[in-house]
Design a binder for this molecule. Structure first.
Ligand code: LLP
Length: 385
């Protein structure tokens, strides 16, 4: 056992694999439930972060809803037993079959991003003699101060409806008989750790609500999306994110109308810290000025470092030898297949197990079969008790 990893038992398993600490997941969910229910807030887990069947089952057991972005995700959460009435369906490009699936399943609502999409939903709902519940995804133009590839709330973005177009969209809705406007939806980006950013979102939503009020319009739900970040540098320090401050920020700054519900779509903060990618050292290669640890996991198993220059803490759980510096790289034929440069690891040799921490969100689910590789395996802490 090194840290929380059962190294002896892991040694004989085929690598690479994702390892989920289900105790930590359960503790995170308990805290999330405690803090969100203080204010009667509703959380829809953002399935895109991790759709592993067992993870979904544990999240569902805790009573949360689901935020889906494809028909595939809707099918996955229905299979996992999430109630359809707690599913929201977002996405800038919903195909007709996906809209029909949402209508047939009677999901809670569609988060809609454009007039053409509203028109198609209206037509498909009409064909079924149904009324579709929709929330408008608005682009609040709030800078999330996060990585440009995962920021979404700014004006020039494929996501959402620009505020300047809101009146036109509302006028159009009044002419669509099979659309019922139930809410407003926002999402400004991901991996946000500065609560002032969420305060900025609240202030903007308050302004928008005022302008809707002038049209005599009050919606039932406000959905503020996800985005709460985690500590990638120190996964052990506070493995459960500070949900208390997060929800308190909304409680303090967002003015809800009487009976209006507040919804959240958290992904990363729920599942990131419970997952690690476990990989084996194949070779330690001496370069000219540096040493490389070549492991059997690659960007196909965890793409975040290659795609976003994301940092994941890397540890050698097989070694107690003095620390040395290594570039940790995978076997894929791409130079971006690098998990970290100049990483401090205990002295490493062939066969040592290396873990990439905080990989429970946007890890397993983004794995690919590039280079005809197999998808990574999966193990859960409870197997090792
Ligand atoms: N709601 C909407 C509309 C979203 O677009 C997202 C994430 C979420 C909720 C959940 O956000 P979270 O709580 O996880 O921050 N693959 C990237 C992250 C992409 C996030 C996309 N949208 C990464 O690995 O960092």
């Amino acid at each position: 056992m090194k840290g929380k990893f059962p190294v002896e038992k892991m040694k004989n398993l085929a690598t690479p694999f994702y390892y989920y600490d289900t105790d930590l997941l359960r503790a995170t969910l308990a805290e999330l439930k405690k803090e969100s229910s203080k204010y009667n807030y509703h959380v829809h887990y953002a399935v895109k972060a991790n759709a592993n069947e067992k993870i979904l089952a544990i999240i569902r057991e805790n009573g949360f809803g689901a935020d889906c972005v494809s028909g595939g995700e809707i099918n996955a959460v229905l299979k996992a037993g999430f109630p359809a009435g707690k599913i929201v369906f977002a996405g800038v490009g919903k195909a007709d079959w996906e809209i029909n699936l949402g209508l047939d399943s009677d999901i809670f609502c569609f988060n809609v991003e454009s007039i053409p999409e509203l028109e198609v939903i209206d037509e498909l709902a009409g064909a079924k003699n149904k009324k579709a519940r929709v929330a408008l995804r608005l682009n609040p133009n709030v800078d999330a101060h996060t990585h440009h590839k995962i920021t979404t709330g700014l004006n020039e973005n494929k996501f959402g409806i620009n505020l300047s177009q809101l009146d036109v969209v509302l006028d159009r809705i009044t002419t669509l008989p099979n659309i019922q406007l139930v809410g407003l939806h926002f999402h400004i980006g991901s991996q946000i750790t500065d609560m002032d950013v969420f305060k900025g979102l609240c202030v903007r939503i308050n302004e928008i609500q005022e302008s809707l009020y002038r049209r005599m319009l009050i919606v039932d739900t406000i959905n503020v999306g996800g985005g709460l970040g985690i500590d990638y540098e120190h996964p052990n320090r506070k493995p459960i994110p500070d949900f208390a401050s997060y929800f308190a920020t909304f409680k303090k700054h967002l003015k809800l109308r009487p009976k209006q519900e507040l919804h959240f779509e958290l992904g990363r903060s729920v599942v990131a810290q419970c997952g690690s990618l476990v990989t084996k050292t194949l070779y330690v290669k001496e370069g000219i000025n540096k040493k490389f640890v070549i492991v059997d996991a690659g960007m196909t198993d965890l793409i975040r470092p290659a795609l976003y220059d994301a940092y994941h803490k890397i540890e050698n759980i097989s070694s107690e030898a003095p620390m040395e510096q290594y570039d940790v790289v995978g076997p894929i034929c791409e130079s971006s297949d690098c998990f970290g440069k100049a990483m401090e690891l205990n002295g490493t040799k062939r066969g040592d197990l290396i873990v990439l921490r905080s990989a429970g969100a946007y890890g397993e689910i983004m794995a690919s079969r590039y280079n005809c590789r197999a998808l990574p395996g999966v193990h859960y802490s409870e197997e090792f008790l």
